[in-house]
Design a protein around this ligand. Structure first.
Ligand code: BGC
Length: 386
């Protein structure tokens, strides 16, 4: 029999355990009343006159600001061990920078997170050519991915949760992908201050889908310097090595004995200069880890990130089979963030829950095919603590 949460909680109560130590929730107690209804304000206007709004949400001590453009998480504030809040995600303070030069800061990524080799794949015997925007490859959905569209946003409060439903419909053929893809992403802030993302999509023709979120984390505070002293653990015994264009070779390589072994928490910087050919090629870490748990019905814990100075921690749970850990290798000191400071290499990192890159071209990778009548559903939980 599958244990549901209620059963687990009842058992825990009987055993005299604190409920907050269970499941994917953080150990931080809920603070204050259930969050208020999200509020919106004008953030900017696109060249075609479309207004972009910024939504503010708060619950359980976490504060979130989300743009209707790209579903971008512009700021996310959480307390440190002394209760001091800091914004822990990289971003810009204005719309023009997001439009002109964002390396996907905080954005929703679709239709396909990460790369598809040469932007080509074959499905049901038919060859498709996608928009190519990263050398010869297609990255994060092509030249105009979901990060560059305005989403329709609906706020909600449900019990003690507050959140946003974000909708975007991608037309048949957009960026070369077949099928009209109706996408709904739900951002929820729980009363414990945890941030949950639920992705849903349906199609009217067979297609491929791999949605993710491209938040850049720095738990010491955005713009505060390197993430190399953050401690990271990833529950994965294998990863997918890539070719020089960062396309998986198809191998599922063991992490044991390599700098890619994060099975026990270690500082991100400990082995980042080890000179492993995969690191040299990627200028650091920019790989998909094959999560040991595989695809699961519910989100399960897969990674923990901790900043020892502030004590802030992020625990990630997902039902996805992969995690792209990108150590901010291409940040080069030319972009100034929300706090006015520039971002240099390794000043923020991404942990993108996903299916594996280039899956449509690797039959042995978990399938990313979505067919009419099916509903794509994945969830990722971010639990914060200090
Ligand atoms: C990719 C990087 C890429 C970055 C874009 C990451 O998801 O793995 O290779 O440069 O997104 O900023």
């Amino acid at each position: 029999m599958e244990l549901n949460r209620r059963t687990v909680m009842a058992g825990a109560a009987a055993a005299g355990l604190a409920a907050t130590t269970l499941g994917t929730g953080s150990a931080r107690a809920a603070t204050g009343p259930a969050g208020r209804r999200p509020a919106k304000e004008l953030f900017g206007t696109l060249a075609d006159g479309t207004r972009v709004y910024r939504w503010s949400l708060e619950n359980g001590g976490t504060r979130l600001k989300v743009l209707s453009y790209g579903g971008i998480v512009q700021t996310l504030e959480i307390p440190d061990r002394h209760g001091r809040h800091a914004n822990v995600v990289a971003g810009f303070d204005n719309l023009a920078d997001y439009v002109a030069k964002s390396p996907y800061f905080g954005a929703l990524i679709g239709r396909y997170g990460n790369r598809i080799g040469k932007g080509r794949f074959t499905l049901d015997g038919k060859a498709y050519q996608l928009s190519v925007n990263d050398g010869v490859n297609s990255l994060h959905g092509g030249a105009k991915g979901f990060d560059k569209h305005v989403w329709h946003v609906e706020p909600f409060t449900k019990g003690s949760d507050v959140g946003l439903h974000l909708h975007y419909t991608s037309v048949d053929g957009e960026m070369g992908y077949p099928g009209t893809l109706r996408t709904k992403v739900t951002y929820t802030l729980t009363r414990h201050g945890d941030w949950r993302i639920d992705y849903e999509a349906t199609t009217d023709r067979a297609t491929v889908v791999n949605l993710t979120s491209h938040v850049y984390w720095n738990l010491a505070g955005e713009g505060s310097g390197t993430i190399e002293d953050h401690e990271l653990s990833i529950a994965a015994s294998r990863y997918t090595p890539t070719d020089p264009g960062l396309i998986p070779t198809g191998e599922l390589a063991r992490v044991a004995g390599t700098p890619f072994d994060f099975r026990h928490a270690k500082p991100v910087g400990r082995d980042i200069r080890a000179g492993h050919e995969q690191q040299v090629q990627a200028k650091g870490y920019d790989h998909n880890w094959v999560l040991d748990k595989g695809i699961t019905a519910r989100p399960e814990h897969v990674a923990t990130l901790r900043d020892p100075r502030s004590g802030r921690t992020l625990r990630i749970a997902t039902n996805e089979p992969g995690l792209q850990f990108y150590s901010g290798n291409f940040l080069d000191g030319t972009l100034a963030g929300t706090g006015g400071r520039t971002y240099r290499q390794g000043d923020a990192l991404c942990l993108e829950t996903q299916h594996f890159p280039d899956s449509p071209n690797h039959a042995h990778f978990p399938s990313t095919v979505l067919r009419p009548g099916q509903t794509y559903r994945t969830s990722t939980m971010h639990a914060f603590g200090a």
